[in-house]
Design a protein around this ligand. Structure first.
Ligand code: TRH
Length: 356
């Protein structure tokens, strides 16, 4: 089938990250023909830069405006149109769909949530005045919802020297053999200075990899620069491609992630993590986090449950760091559990099945 994916980058990288991951799976695993129309191609290209050319070349990356000309090329009509995260289709593109002899279906790809209500809403049609059906597709963890984006599934295992991405070679040469490794990708509101100071006070050697822009964003080296003991080493990494970022997660002992794509990747990396969920004004994010933790911690001991909830809600590391090895074992099991639950191919496969 032919797929048109519409991606508007409101802020951050999540919209592009999810659209790109979906597009590559549809194309490289399921042999679908995919076009992405995006209002910020440089960001999309940056994320996509890590994949093999043969994969990238098969996906047609187009600027948002070029979808307008589609109205004059009904022959290129897609079978499926994806509105990622409720972005509005351009009017002229929509007008082109009206004159198509066979109408495509429109799918609104929603945000990922572990909340139980998602199951009731997943796959429902919403009546449109223009008459082309539009369906709501909810990614998620439960069997009856839209699944997760798994591709590429990270390999478990140790560092393979040749696999260190070029952009990270300098950073990797500074890592200490006897240090734990933590990656940090969070929103500006995180109490990171306090958190790092507390972590340092535990006396362990820890190397902290700060995602691009974080040192500045968190004002770590600002007017009141953070002063940390030598056991904690802060290293800033450049903005890397999505594949390289996935690799970093798999190489760390602990990850701080955010949004929804890095959140799923941290789980697939099979390592303990803090999900710094995107804060929403009505505090809806707290309900979302709780729903995920209900699933994630369903089978763990009460002790580990409390430690994980504490960590996920930014309690200081001194309160839960002692449970890290138990958490590590659970993270590995959770990874296996996810892969088993999504053995049908996860989101792209469920989407194709749904459309068919
Ligand atoms: O960037 P995000 O905060 O995006 C978020 C989410 O999509 C959220 O749901 C949405 O509501 C909000 O934006 C507006 O976090 P996320 O989803 O983890 O996306 C980050 C993407 O960037 C992910 O695909 C990984 C990628 N990435 C790189 O490719 N290179 C990097 O160096 C880093 C740090 C991330």
């Amino acid at each position: 089938m032919r797929w048109d994916i519409f991606c508007q980058i409101v802020d951050n990288y999540g919209d592009a990250g999810v659209c790109w991951r979906l597009a590559r799976s549809l194309s490289s695993i399921h042999g679908q023909e995919v076009r992405i129309f995006c209002d910020d191609l440089p960001t999309l290209n940056l994320l996509a830069s890590g994949v093999e050319q043969s994969i990238k070349q098969r996906i047609d990356l187009q600027p948002w405006e070029s979808s307008h000309t589609n109205a004059r090329h009904p022959v290129q009509m897609p079978d499926v149109v994806i509105e990622a995260f409720g972005c509005e289709l351009p009017e002229r593109y929509l007008a082109g769909l009206f004159i198509a002899p066979i109408k495509p279906i429109i799918v609104n790809l929603e945000y990922l949530s572990a909340e139980p209500w998602v199951a009731e809403f997943h796959g429902k049609a919403s009546p449109q005045s223009h008459g082309i059906p539009k369906y709501f597709f909810f990614p998620g963890f439960q069997d009856e919802v839209g699944g997760l984006l798994l591709d590429p599934i990270p390999a478990e295992g140790h560092l393979v020297e040749e696999k260190i991405p070029k952009d990270l070679k300098a950073t990797w040469s500074q890592l200490r053999q006897d240090a734990k490794r933590i990656s940090v990708f969070c929103y500006p509101g995180a109490p990171l200075k306090k958190w790092l100071a507390n972590l340092a006070s535990l006396g362990e050697n820890v190397d902290v990899l700060l995602a691009h822009g974080h040192a500045e964003q968190l004002n770590l080296y600002g007017e009141q620069p953070i002063s940390l003991p030598a056991n904690l080493q802060l290293l800033s990494i450049p903005f890397i491609s999505q594949d390289e970022y996935d690799w970093v997660l798999s190489q760390c002992d602990f990850n701080i992630v955010r949004g929804e794509d890095s959140f799923v990747r941290a789980q697939l990396a099979g390592k303990p993590f803090i999900w710094h969920i995107y804060p929403q004004e009505d505090r809806a994010h707290e309900v979302k986090l709780a729903a995920f933790l209900d699933l994630y911690l369903e089978e763990v001991s009460q002790e580990l449950r409390l430690a994980t909830i504490a960590a996920m809600t930014w309690a200081m590391p001194s309160e839960w760091f002692g449970d890290l090895s138990r958490w590590k074992a659970h993270a590995k099991q959770w990874r296996a559990h996810l892969l088993e639950k999504q053995a049908d191919g996860g989101l792209p496969a469920r989407l194709i099945h749904f459309v068919a």
